[in-house]
Write a protein that binds this ligand. Sequence first.
Ligand SMILES: [Zn+2]
Length: 113
Amino acid sequence: MHEMSIAQSLLNIILQEGATHQIRRVVSVALKVGELSSVVPESLRFCFELIAQGTIVEGAELQIERVPVTCRCEDCGTQFSVEHLLFVCPSCHSRRVEVLSGRELNIQSLEAE
Ligand SMILES: [Zn+2]
């Protein structure tokens, strides 16, 4: 399962942070998940809670913020948000676009005690 390996690597990062800062318990974890990362938030949440059991992250609240896909047109410079994965500039209809956001999959912040 795609989400399981993601949950595992996120947990590893958090446990490493926890060891570095001598955290006893993680209260909440804020994640940024881009629309292009093809992660199903509910599925990620399920996997994460499963593997967090028995660690300092057990019972932590997982906050998932979805990051919309935004692009910049390489021809006219227009920035626009992408809906329905339609990568076409709305101003000049160019298909030469650069993805600015939407691929994120990272830990935004950790709340711990
Ligand atoms: Zn354009």
